[in-house]
Ligand binder design. Structure first.
Ligand code: NG1
Ligand code: ZN
Length: 576
């Protein structure tokens, strides 16, 4: 351990005299050689962390484990989270991402470190080349590796993939043995549960020096209580406004976790009102296969395992790690209607604006909706013109939306059209509501509703389970059927296609990804196509998670949509 200090990395040419790596060099070397089998692959830490074929992730897991420990040491030993998941990707894939102590995504300034360390291990011909990179990072961030004073703390979780237990061993191999980290393994959890537990563990430690780490059980208790409180506040009989909700859990981890929540002794809604389908999380190859949020959103049809029942029934689909949810229903003419992330954010915006108005707080608390360019144009018009709420547009990627929602609004509602989103309530929101309630001032029902609703939302990250409960509560309070929700506005016909190009990195954008700067001249051509289609809007950007360029198009006339989109695609193809 601290005894075997490596003498200043002589072989790697690293010549710092100031710095000593107080870790077991030989042990680290042995684990590196045993674990890092995948070599010469370039890794990039994108919006979703690292994500690729599971068989290629051993090296990345090893270095990400080290980085999580360093992040915790940098933050005085606070709990840092690590989630092993590839979300909606097929079962052969896997991935990993680091979570900050407050439950948000890894600080952007540390993403390059994640890549440097992974690529150093991937391309190094000797262990010392990798070690030199590690030393450089530790020095640069001035991290004290003397764990006798502060031990690093890490919370790890994984979704239901078959490859995850092996990858977990690669991830944690050095944590305790080399860095003396306290590692809490949550086992199989949803991504939002990992975020929630990481946040709660740190809050407990900070607020009352609580030595025990939070658990999955805390999550169930908290959200069930919040749901029940909201229903009690409203004195609604504990029945949903829809006769039945079918939940497609994509054969992922959302299935078993939702079942645990519904089995909580305090859960009061009759069990026959919610039915879970596609819950075979123990059959690896079924994960996200012809089901789940991504499948339903992309194909705009019912997933496997569901057939139309009554038009009053509501359906929803989670993705594989349950951080996204989309809703839908089928009308009496058997037509499928999608209620996606845009519809969820507009429902919440309508409900919360009403409550703010009832509580007479519209002047003191600012509510707003944050979207990306993928939001349907009709939703933006509806929020601005019908709800009179401000709308912000950010780049794709939850961290951008999250940041805007947290910094610009007291109630910042953000959702990507694909169903990933949440609501951030500011400190001022909590103080204002608390102060009004303590003085018993104003409309107590509205104040209590706002208070309870804020608890029902997982503010650390988009959460399929918590968002689903919040939608059910909102529909019940507003006494809305799925058709009423859908009727608030009508989506413009739209299309999203993938274009495979030799090098997607040449597609550089500006204006929150709505305009291309490069390839030169392409945007002018796109603009000339858009001008031909009434209510036309289109943009092109390189995907951050796939080796492709995405083309989005929407226009008034559904019969012209394919032609509109194809014209843009042709210009994209001819520009490379
Ligand atoms: P990319 O591949 O960068 O378009 C996709 C989604 C994002 C987000 C990330 C995962 C679309 C169009 N894009 O990003 O919204 O969910 O994956 O973090 O759905
Ligand atoms: Zn996901």
């Amino acid at each position: 351990m601290i005894s075997a200090v490596r003498p200043k990395c002589k072989e790697s040419g690293h010549n710092s005299q100031r710095f000593e790596m107080k870790i077991d060099y030989d042990q680290l070397r042995k684990l590196y050689e045993d674990t890092c089998c995948t070599k010469n692959l370039q890794y990039s830490y994108g919006t979703a962390g690292f994500r690729t074929l599971a068989k290629d992730l051993d090296t990345v897991m090893f270095t990400t484990g080290i980085l999580a420990v360093l992040r915790s040491l940098k933050l005085q030993g606070q709990y840092v989270g690590v989630m092993i998941t590839a979300s909606h990707n097929p079962y052969q894939d896997n991935g990993v991402k680091i979570v900050e102590p407050d439950g948000s995504m890894l600080l952007a300034a540390w993403e390059p470190y994640a890549m440097q360390l992974a690529n150093a291990a991937s391309f190094a011909t000797t262990f010392d080349e990798f070690y030199a990179e590690l030393v450089k990072l530790v020095e640069h961030e001035k991290i004290d590796l003397d764990t006798s004073a502060v031990a690093p703390h890490v919370v790890v979780g994984r979704d239901s993939r078959e490859s995850s237990p092996f990858l977990l061993r690669c991830l944690t191999s050095t944590m305790a043995s080399v860095f003396h980290a306290q590692v809490v393994d949550l086992g199989c959890v949803t991504t939002p549960q990992l975020h929630y537990v990481t946040n709660l563990s740190n809050r407990r430690q900070r607020e009352d020096g609580h030595a025990t780490v939070a658990t999955e059980q805390d999550y169930y208790s908290f959200f069930v209580e919040a749901f029940n409180e909201l229903f009690t506040t409203y004195q609604i009989e504990k029945r949903l406004s829809v006769p039945k909700l079918f939940v497609d859990t994509a054969n992922g981890i959302g299935g078993p976790q939702l079942k645990k929540l519904l089995a909580s002794k305090d859960w009061a809604v009759p069990s026959d009102e919610i039915e879970i389908v596609n819950d075979k999380s123990d059959v690896p190859e079924l994960l996200n296969f012809e089901c789940g949020a991504d499948y339903v959103k992309t194909n705009q049809r019912l997933p496997k395992g569901l057939s139309p029942s009554s038009p009053d029934s509501l359906y929803c689909s989670f993705d594989g790690d349950a951080d996204r949810v989309v809703f839908y229903y089928v009308d009496p003419e058997s037509k499928f209607h999608l209620l996606d992330g845009d519809k969820i954010s507009t429902l919440f915006a309508k409900f919360l604006s009403q409550q703010l108005e009832l509580a007479n707080l519209t002047d003191s608390l600012k509510i707003g909706v944050v979207q990306t360019a993928y939001a349907n144009g009709s939703s933006t018009t509806y929020i601005e013109d019908a709800l009179h709420c401000p709308v912000s547009c950010t780049k794709t990627g939850v961290k951008h939306l999250h940041h805007e929602a947290a910094t610009q609004y007291d109630i910042g509602i953000y959702f990507e059209a694909n169903g990933h989103g949440t609501i951030i309530f500011s400190e001022k929101f909590h103080q204002t509501i608390e102060s009004q309630l303590s003085k018993s001032q104003g409309n107590l029902l509205a104040l209590n509703t706002l208070n309870c609703f804020a608890k029902l939302i997982n503010q650390t990250v988009g959460d399929a389970i918590s968002d689903m409960l919040a939608v059910l509560a909102t529909l019940s309070i507003l006494q809305m059927a799925p058709t009423d929700w859908d009727r608030e506005y009508t989506d413009l016909p739209n299309k999203l296609v993938k274009c495979i190009v030799p090098d997607r990195s040449i597609f550089q954008t500006t204006d929150q990804e709505r305009k291309l700067q490069n390839p030169a001249g392409l945007q002018t051509k796109i603009d000339s196509v858009i001008a031909k289609y009434p209510m036309g809007r289109s943009f092109v950007r390189a995907s951050g998670t796939e080796d492709a360029v995405r083309v989005y198009a929407e226009c008034e006339d559904p019969t012209k949509l394919d032609q509109f989109c194809n014209e843009i695609v042709e210009y994209v193809k001819s520009s490379v």
